[in-house]
Design a protein around this ligand. Structure first.
Ligand code: BDR
Ligand code: CA
Length: 313
């Protein structure tokens, strides 16, 4: 089967970086048409820079990187330096990128790319706030029915919130954008905290990355070393959750994941629960299903596949 054409929309972020590396290492499965940066974990200038640092780490400088929206649709940007560090990619010491940022705006790239491909041939992979994707849908509604699928990291049901008691970071930063995406009618697969908190980089898994002995393996081990400090302190968990790599892993090995087709709505009005993903996991409403909401994964299978793929870079 031909590799699936994807656009990765991202706010790197150590876990975004690992998600991108997994995709870059998997050309037989994934054809990355472009990487679009959005403001999120850190401001846009840093996410656009970090996306290129990651491509250069993998020696894949032919993947075009675009900068997109520098703030949410209708509110101030909230960032997460407390989790990801000042650069967004704290941990390894990686050189500044030499590859250029594309001149085209990320939103224009998304619109033009979907318009110029056959219907149902492009999958969007958002790993950060949904601002770029929602802006593209607002500006060019004709592209919505052309999208094959959206596989995104965001939201939570059983785990509830990580940035507020009720909301997960990516959805909280731009709830209006998330609302547009969840109401788009596109086939959506959601990787909420419920599953990503089960994708934990334990010490043996971190050692396996480091023991690859390659620049990529060592950098990934150093990134997850840094990233885990926050979650260990907060949740007492065994290591860093690899949120965003669940998206690219799902595209390669969907059999590793299980979930339910359910209705998911985004709270956009209540201050107390702003950005909450109200997921009808138990089917207590008659609201139509609009997403496959993932709840579990084969964590050992996920880490075996990830480590094996990273070894190729
Ligand atoms: C999400 O927020 C970011 O901090 C991570 O990169 C991930 O996309 C987890 O809530
Ligand atoms: Ca992210």
């Amino acid at each position: 089967m031909a590799p699936r054409k994807i656009i990765i929309d991202t706010d790197p972020g150590q876990d975004d970086a690992v998600a991108i590396l997994l995709a870059l290492a998997s050309p037989e499965d994934l054809d990355i048409l472009g990487i679009t940066a959005v403001a999120g974990n850190v401001p846009l200038d840093l996410t656009a820079k970090n996306a290129r640092i990651v491509c250069e780490l993998a020696s894949k400088t032919d993947v075009p990187v675009y900068a997109g929206c520098d703030r949410p649709l209708g509110r101030d940007l909230v960032t997460a330096e407390h989790v990801h560090g000042k650069t967004g990619l704290d941990g390894p010491n990686l050189p500044d990128p030499e590859m250029p940022l594309q001149d085209q705006h990320a939103v224009d790239f998304i619109i033009e790319t979907i318009r110029s491909h056959d219907t149902g041939t492009i999958t969007l992979c958002p790993l950060g706030p949904l601002t770029n994707v929602a802006t593209a849908f607002q500006r060019a509604p004709d592209i919505i029915p052309k999208v094959q699928q959206i596989v995104l990291m965001g939201g939570a049901y059983f785990e509830v919130g990580n940035i507020t008691p009720a909301a997960e970071f990516n959805i909280y930063v731009d709830p209006e954008a998330a609302d547009i995406v969840f109401k788009s009618g596109i086939d959506i697969v959601v990787m909420p905290l419920d599953v990503t908190h089960k994708a934990l980089v334990t010490k043996p898994r971190n050692d396996a990355f480091r023991n690859l002995g390659t620049p990529v393996g060592i950098a990934v081990a150093e990134m997850t070393d840094f990233f885990e400090r926050f979650d260990k302190e907060k949740y007492g968990s065994a290591g860093a959750p690899l949120h965003d790599p669940c998206v690219t892993a799902y595209l390669i090995r969907p059999d590793l994941f299980t979930g339910r087709h359910i209705n998911v709505e985004v709270e956009t009005t209540s201050d107390l629960t702003m950005g909450m993903t109200v997921a009808d996991w138990w089917g207590v409403t008659d609201r139509p299903a609009n997403a496959l909401f993932i709840g579990d994964l084969d964590a050992d299978g996920f880490f075996d596949m990830l480590t094996e793929r990273l070894a190729r870079l």
